[in-house]
Design a protein. Sequence first.
Length: 277
Amino acid sequence: MSPSAPPLRLALAQSSGTPGDVRATLGALDALAARAAASGAHLLVAPELFLSGYAPDASAPPGPGAAPAAPLAALAVDRGEAQAALGAIGRRHGLAVLAGYPERAGSATYNSALLVGADGAPLAAYRKTHLYGAHERAVFTPGDRALVQAELRGVRLGVLICYDVEFPENVRAHAEAGTEVLLVPTALLAPYDFVARSLVPVRAFESQLYVAYVNRTGPEGGFDFVGLSCLAAPDGTTPARAGAGPELLLAEADPALLAASRAANPYLADRRTDLYR
């Protein structure tokens, strides 16, 4: 990212869609993409497992005539199917799109995120490496690739998912590899709002990069998502922060601020790696 380059305009889609209804959720994502594009965004980021829901089998409306919700693994799709759906939205609105989904790959299911460009072409595909709790471990196979990056408008993007960002080694590895904006679709639960409020901005500051942290919101199948999506900046500030409810949060990753912050806070250059090992 050149310090003289224009800012990358981000739209962070804090939403839970319609858990268990992929078609309805894609419709909601399309509407969010239209709003994001109209606001001049270059990239729309949706939360963890956005296409399916985090616990769709426990989120169906009760009562006579209600259709039974599919379990999470049953809603898994091949990467090609996800690419086609997200790519169509990106092309229609002329912006890049990243969203989380359950990825079916042979006999395994992964908690994945896919990034497509404004032309619909795939830019990055990441599988969550650190699974959180019994719910995720019962469904998913952990990914085995720590670093996934892509270039968008001259900016080097990286991708992690939720719990992954809570491990400082993950974020530092991205910083060492040149990531400038780290995209983190998440499903942060109550009462862990301190992760969004405090830990994520610290990750951005200590590794000198932007972190776009995009959460689900509201109750779902016994879980309660706290919202609080944000763009955390490398200078320790949080230029954009959502509340608890559904929201399309607009923010900019400014290359000039990134360059100035890295010059003022040379953590990466000043580390004594000879002592850490």
